[in-house]
Design a protein around this ligand. Structure first.
Ligand SMILES: NC(=O)C1=CN([C@@H]2O[C@H](COP(=O)(O)OP(=O)(O)OC[C@H]3O[C@@H](n4cnc5c(N)ncnc54)[C@H](O)[C@@H]3O)[C@@H](O)[C@H]2O)C=CC1
Ligand SMILES: CC(=O)C(=O)O
Ligand SMILES: [Mg+2]
Length: 376
């Protein structure tokens, strides 16, 4: 198969679909890889490294899209990229279609086979191609929180770890999944006083087993959220109800009760955010202040540490990517129901029901169940 890797074109997005190490794997399996010039240069993956791994460097995205059987990316394709896709071509990347009618319409019109990283599943009910970016975002949440607690950045001037003779800062993590666990790990590592809320008791038991008495686990109720947020220096929003908009767990009245200079990091902002006052921000302009509380709501946090994120993402995407190339997309998906769950659009039809539920009527889309669509 001819695999193409264009340079990402979203604002301040430096991740790249394949690392040189991943290219080497595709080449070792007999595939040809073409990479756009400087696709990874910003994060230390030079054109020479890709050539050494066996790739050919190509001057423009247009040539990559025209030649490749499968396009491997990170972020959802931008409109000009969608227009270069065609029937018979496979797109393997994050898509997040449900809130994005324009992209959905363009992918349907392209006729291409579009696989979304974020809907590929695993045998334990997890999302294995979302998990690495949730690990990154969870860890970054505490780094960002510690930074914005500094006086010069709008915070209260609190050091999360404290010092001998001064108590540590208090961190509240709401949601104990992948983001929440990684945030807790970092906050504990800094020596903060950490409490995590979840509404799943089995999950709270697991967290108790992992962290012991370094972490306070509390069942998530309105009362618990009110109590712990009013005392917190840093609150991390890390809830997910799969496929749905995030629930608003802190309202404006709760935020008014919080300490001046405390920090909210709303990681769930890509699902609409879990604080009433949250609105999406960017790496260029990451924070704003409401009622004396600093809000950090960056929707693509992993892009901020693009080198680590690219390597973490490739570790997860490589086995599925190789299966797509080795077997061909049709056989690879029909043989693996978890990969098939990634299929969102195929030959002009939507094949993922949550996307159909969100946009079907608005765009007059045609739906076909993924397995049936591929089998034709
Ligand atoms: N902003 C960014 O750059 C990124 C954002 N994310 C987002 O972070 C969010 C969390 O992702 P994951 O940790 O992977 O999800 P997850 O499914 O692993 O964990 C979510 C947890 O929230 C809990 N939960 C649901 N409702 C709750 C409530 N009312 N109170 C307390 N807990 C509740 C669930 O029981 C579950 O344990 C998602 O919206 C995801 O899309 C992920 C990566 C990057
Ligand atoms: C998950 C996602 O969309 C990102 O890492 O940017
Ligand atoms: Mg206040």
């Amino acid at each position: 198969m001819l695999v193409g890797v264009p340079k990402e074109i979203k604002n301040h997005e430096y991740r790249v679909g394949l690392t040189p190490a991943a290219v080497k794997e595709f080449v070792a399996h007999g595939h040809k890889v073409i990479v756009e010039v400087d696709a990874g240069s910003a994060i230390g993956f030079s054109n020479e490294m890709y050539i050494e791994a066996g790739a050919e460097i190509i001057g423009t995205a247009e040539e990559i899209f025209a030649q490749a059987d499968m396009i491997v990316k990170v972020k959802e394709p931008q409109p000009n990229e969608c227009k270069m896709l065609r029937e018979g071509q496979t797109l393997y990347t994050y898509l997040h279609l449900a809130p994005d009618p324009t992209q959905t319409q363009l992918l349907v019109e392209s006729g291409a086979t579009c696989i979304a990283y974020e809907t590929v599943t695993d045998a334990r009910g997890g999302l294995p191609l979302l998990a690495p970016m949730s690990e990154v975002a969870g860890r970054m949440a505490v780094q960002a929180g510690a930074h914005y607690l500094e006086k010069a950045h709008g915070g209260s001037g609190t050091l999360l770890g404290g010092v001998p003779g001064v108590a540590p800062g208090k961190v509240l993590v709401i949601g104990g999944g992948v983001v929440g666990t990684n945030a807790a790990k970092m906050a504990i590592g800094l020596g903060a006083d950490v409490t995590i809320l979840d509404r799943s008791l089995p999950r709270l038991r697991e967290l108790d087993d992992i962290f012991g008495n370094q972490l306070k686990t509390v069942y998530s109720t309105v009362d618990a959220i009110e109590h712990y947020s009013s005392k917190a220096d840093l609150v991390v929003g890390a809830v997910l109800i799969p496929g749905a908009a995030a629930p608003k767990l802190l309202n404006t009245a709760h935020i008014a009760q919080m300490k001046q200079g405390s920090v909210l990091v709303d990681v769930a902002i890509d699902q609409g955010g879990c604080f009433e006052t949250s609105r999406a921000t960017t790496h260029q302009d990451p924070v704003y202040i409401v009622d004396g509380v600093v809000h950090y709501c960056v929707a693509n946090m992993p892009g901020g540490v693009a080198r680590t994120s690219t390597m973490a993402l490739n570790n997860a995407t490589l086995p599925f990517g190789l299966a797509l190339a080795n077997k061909g997309p049709k056989r690879a998906m029909l043989e693996n129901p978890h990969l098939l769950n990634g299929l969102n659009v195929h030959k002009g039809k939507v094949t993922y029901s949550a996307v159909m539920d969100a946009l079907g009527e608005q765009l007059s889309l045609e739906f076909q169940e993924a397995g049936a669509a591929l089998s034709q």
